[in-house]
Design a protein around this ligand. Structure first.
Ligand code: NAD
Length: 449
């Protein structure tokens, strides 16, 4: 890539678009973000990030001030003034679990129309998670039909899946494990590889160049495998709970040392949520069924995860009996630490179950309170701190493993709670220490209840 300033556009300023746009601007590119959500556009231009993500707000403000990044409501300018256009719109679930490609479709129509009277070659890169065939059978024909131009000759096209984890999105964007380039043609693949050479200072992570269909399936296979690892260890955790002296943490360590298995994604807990794994597994299952293929392992992965959060409620009932009017402190609401994202968070399932049993719920999360109010309204109480949350509670449930909860010591639970019972859904605390000082039940820790 030569020395002139690289011009890049993003269609969609959600977790993926905003993180990547900001990271690229930091490398001195000129980045334009377009989003149909005009409130988001205004917020971003003020240097305010709509999401909580470590380092994002500092980087965003810096790049807005330096005018390396700005958001707009005009897609024409975004397309016209950019060499590479990333599509980073959402691909949520439809009611039946299949993928909703409406946003990809509308972004491709908009980009296609704007390409129509432009002479120069642009590279379009789809980064959203999509089912196999979407780039070739939806995006390409839509871009061609709306632009009256030919893919491969007049513009380039590639599918390039995103693997970032919320909570470490900037780090993952700047230091990915690998790059998957699903190119429609060699020129598009070369252009995208060249862009990443520039972004990573000529030190490309392991890179696979392949066709778009394979790249699309790599993303789904990746997420299905990760989810399967967690559901697997959660099953082992459930078994451990019935065996006095068993501890899933030691078992996870034992099997994780086998290099064929590896230690990551073997943390037992109350299940996985978030904006990706649940919807991607559902979409994969729907897609595979449409091809006449059953994926029983993925079905089971999803099933295990649907019932896993209910463990917390069952344990509370076992310890307290009828939960009606019991005051339950919920510590942690976001689907994982480091983010305020509550999409498909396990906390929602647990709180809803507890409300069904007419328990009194009081909640606390370091960053997700605003989102929690949207989800729960006035059906639950909101605390200003973790310590305030556990005051007078009959039971505390740890749902998100925020590091700040480690500051709560057994004596705090004992002195503040009406009934010092802690259900550690994320294996945050030392079971030996806590069980010796209060009624403590941890996922995957064999106890006598
Ligand atoms: P998001 O819902 O946070 O953001 C999507 C954004 O796209 C929204 O701001 C929306 O207003 C905007 N948008 C919708 N239609 C548009 C259009 N036609 N033009 C311009 N903007 C439009 O989504 P996200 O979490 O950033 O995810 C985006 C994609 O990346 C999804 O396919 C997701 O599965 C995938 N992904 C997400 C993550 C993650 O951790 N969030 C990780 C890997 C992959």
């Amino acid at each position: 890539m030569n020395n002139k300033t690289l011009k890049v556009a993003f269609f969609g300023l959600g977790y993926v678009g905003l993180t990547m746009a900001t990271s690229i601007a930091e490398r001195d590119a000129r980045v334009i973000g377009y989003d149909i959500d005009t409130e988001k556009v205004a917020k971003v231009n003020k240097g305010e990030t709509p999401i909580h993500e470590p380092n994002l707000s500092t980087l965003l403000r810096r790049n807005i001030v330096k005018k390396r990044f700005f958001a707009i409501e005009d897609p024409r300018k975004a397309v016209k003034e950019s060499e590479i256009i990333f599509i980073t719109v959402g691909t949520p679930s439809l009611q039946d679990g299949s993928i909703n490609l409406d946003y990809v479709k509308s972004a491709s129509e908009t980009i296609g129309k704007e390409l129509r009277d432009l002479e120069d070659y642009k590279l379009i890169v789809l980064r959203s998670t999509v089912t196999p065939g979407t780039t070739c059978n939806l995006l390409k024909p839509s871009l061609e039909a709306n632009s009256c131009r030919i893919c491969g000759k007049d513009f380039g096209l590639a599918y390039n899946p995103e693997f970032l984890r919320e909570g470490s999105a900037i780090k993952d964007t700047l230091h990915p494990d690998r790059l998957i380039i699903g190119e429609m043609d060699e020129k598009s693949g070369d252009a995208l590889e060249e862009f990443y050479q520039w972004l990573y200072h000529d030190e490309l992570p392991p890179t696979i160049r392949t066709n778009p269909d394979i790249a699309e399936l790599i993303k789904y296979a990746n997420n299905a495998f990760l989810a399967m690892k967690v559901s697997f260890i959660n099953q082992v955790a459930n078994l451990c709970q019935r065996i006095p002296n068993a501890d899933v943490e030691v078992i996870a360590k034992g099997i994780g040392l086998d290099r064929r298995i590896g230690p990551l994604f073997l943390k037992a807990g109350l299940g996985w949520g978030g904006s990706c794994l649940p919807k991607d597994l559902r979409a994969l299952l729907k897609f595979s069924r449409s091809k006449g293929v059953a994926l029983p392992l993925t079905e089971a992965t999803l099933f295990v995860n649907e019932i896993q959060p209910l463990n917390a409620v069952k344990i509370a009932e076992k310890l307290l009996g009828d939960l009606k009017d019991m005051r339950i402190a919920i510590l942690g609401l976001s689907f994982k630490p480091g983010t305020n994202d509550m999409r498909e968070a396990v906390s929602i399932k647990i709180v809803e179950e507890l409300l069904r049993r007419e328990a009194k719920i009081v909640t606390y999360d370091p960053v997700a309170m605003e989102n929690a109010r949207i989800v729960f309204g006035d059906r639950v109480g909101y605390s200003k701190s973790a310590l305030e949350c556990i005051n007078d509670a009959d039971c505390s449930i740890i749902i998100t493993e925020w590091p700040e909860f480690l500051k709560i010591k057994p004596k705090d639970f004992v002195s503040r709670m009406r009934n010092p019972i802690v259900i550690d859904g994320r294996r945050l605390y030392d079971p030996e220490d806590f069980s010796s000082k209060l009624r403590y039940v941890a996922i995957g820790f064999g106890s006598k209840i």
